[in-house]
Design a protein around this ligand. Structure first.
Ligand SMILES: *Cc1c(COP(=O)(O)O)cnc(C)c1O
Length: 465
């Protein structure tokens, strides 16, 4: 295999990018002035950019490249499927082998009675499916007024009108007239940032009980479902206190409302089990999956649905679907990806070996003067930057100012670590080895040192009151 090395010079690529390419979640003219970093190829956990820099990707792309870059088997699976049947749909009473095989495989892997799969092309689309599915579930049973979905502030469920409404990102709601009607949000279980003087377990219970209060406020006959990520990802890798999810499950059971676990990040080994629901001990009625399902090699998402919900939905014509629902190439790639995860024992290795090693190394970052807490579950972790550890203080500067400085230092040190506000987050490929974990921690520490010096020099080491 030869890499594409005969591309235009970086500056020309950047100029064309700025002139013609609109980037997601990006201030266009700011990026245009600076120039995007251009990634040209990748192998294992390492990216190469157009200047030849080799960068450790501690974010697995966007939380998705779980088996790492450069897996020939996935390339082959796609090519084989494209030759045999590049496309056919699953509308109008037709089906095809890859969709059938993948649905059966997901039913086998998913816990409990989650035995039915509705395909989409992304996590956002799958969550849009979920909105329509849970509302249809109640309408079909003579309760059309039971259409409210409760979600969390600072949750992330995607970027379509429906999924961004489920999400609790204020910046997204501010653009384009969101949320859509009958979506309500409760506070997130973010102890470090919002727990005040409470101990974490009491705080977790209090935040879970907001669900019960919200149900009572809206009327139990109006509430269709609750949705949450087992561990919030894009919100800053926020690992809830242990008390949180069991209480949420109790409340969902008490009121008979459907529980949707958005497993788009947590699914397929990220937390050390196949699904985050298993790590958190919950029994969802629907799971949203995407990202790690194909390790990002092909776009695919799905709703994995319980017997109870599927029975009702199958009792009507569900007027919903996407041209590429169950795209054969994406399904073939996903199947091969699941085979790799299973046959190479990657999920088990994360649980038994790499995650414990990573935890010890990650938590050692709390010794750094800038780090207020370091938390990790499986291979998704976060650190909180603070000007004053003892008080869990926030910075006086605009949230994200300091996080961005740290992120820039990481990039300069050939480490992709993302910032969410003033939290730094990681979710490396699940195949990361111990030596690579050591490199990750060394570069993170070095970047934190440089960031601390810069923050000091710019007079930003100030705590908010
Ligand atoms: C990324 C993400 C989504 C959206 O998936 P897309 O494939 O980007 O549409 C939904 N939920 C969670 C938890 C995610 O992290």
């Amino acid at each position: 295999m030869t890499a594409i090395t005969n591309h235009l010079p970086t500056a020309e690529l950047q100029a064309l990018d700025a002139a013609h390419h609109m980037h997601p979640f990006t201030h266009g003219s700011q990026l245009g002035a600076k120039g995007a970093r251009i990634i040209t190829r990748a192998k294992g956990v390492t990216l190469t950019d157009s200047e030849g820099n080799e960068i450790l990707d501690a974010m697995a792309g966007l939380w998705c490249v779980n088996v790492g870059y450069g897996r020939e088997e996935l390339v082959e699976a796609a090519a084989r499927q494209m030759r045999e049947l590049p496309y056919y749909n699953t509308f109008f009473q037709t089906s095809h082998v890859p969709a059938i095989a993948l649905a059966a495989k997901l039913a086998e892997l998913a816990p409990g009675d989650l035995n039915h799969v509705f395909f989409a092309c992304s996590g956002s689309e799958a969550n849009d499916t979920n909105i329509r599915m849970v509302r249809t579930y109640w309408a079909e049973q003579g309760q059309p007024e039971r259409n409210i979905i409760i979600a969390r502030k600072n949750g992330y469920h995607g970027s379509t009108m429906g999924s961004a409404s489920l999400g609790g990102m204020a910046g997204m709601h501010a653009q384009g007239g969101l949320p859509i009607p009958d979506i309500h949000h409760i506070d997130q279980p973010y102890w470090y940032g919002e727990g005040g003087d409470m101990d974490p377990e009491a705080f977790g219970l209090e935040r879970a009980r907001q669900l019960e209060e919200k149900i009572e406020e809206l009327g139990p006959h109006r509430v269709a479902a609750f949705i949450g990520e087992p561990v919030q990802g894009a919100g800053g890798v926020i690992i809830p206190p242990d008390s949180y999810w069991p209480e949420i499950q109790r409340i969902c059971d008490k009121y008979g409302i459907l529980l949707i676990a958005d497993e788009v990040i947590c699914g397929f080994g990220r937390t050390g089990n196949w699904f985050g629901s298993q790590t958190m001990g919950i029994r969802p009625d629907i799971m949203t999956v995407a990202k790690g399902l194909s390790s990002g090699y092909a776009p695919i998402g799905a709703s994995i649905v319980s017997d109870k919900v599927a029975e009702v939905i199958d009792g009507c014509e569900f007027n919903h679907g996407y041209t590429y629902s169950g795209h054969p190439v994406s399904c073939a790639v996903a199947l091969e990806n699941l085979r790799i995860l299973q046959e190479e024992g990657i999920v088990a290795r994360v649980a038994a070996d790499t995650a414990p090693y990573m935890r010890a190394r990650w938590e050692s970052l709390t010794a750094h003067p800038l780090v207020g807490e370091a938390r990790i579950v499986g291979l998704m972790g976060s650190i909180a930057l603070t000007p004053d550890k003892a008080r869990r203080a926030k910075f006086a500067s605009e949230p994200g100012t300091v996080g961005y400085i740290c992120r820039e230092r990481c990039f300069a040190n050939n480490l992709v670590m993302r910032h969410v506000g003033d939290r730094m987050i990681i979710a490396p490929p699940l195949v990361i080895g111990k030596a690579e974990i050591d490199t990750l921690i060394d570069r993170a520490w070095q970047s934190l040192d440089e960031a601390a010096r810069q923050i000091e020099a710019e007079g930003l080491m100030q705590a908010a009151e």
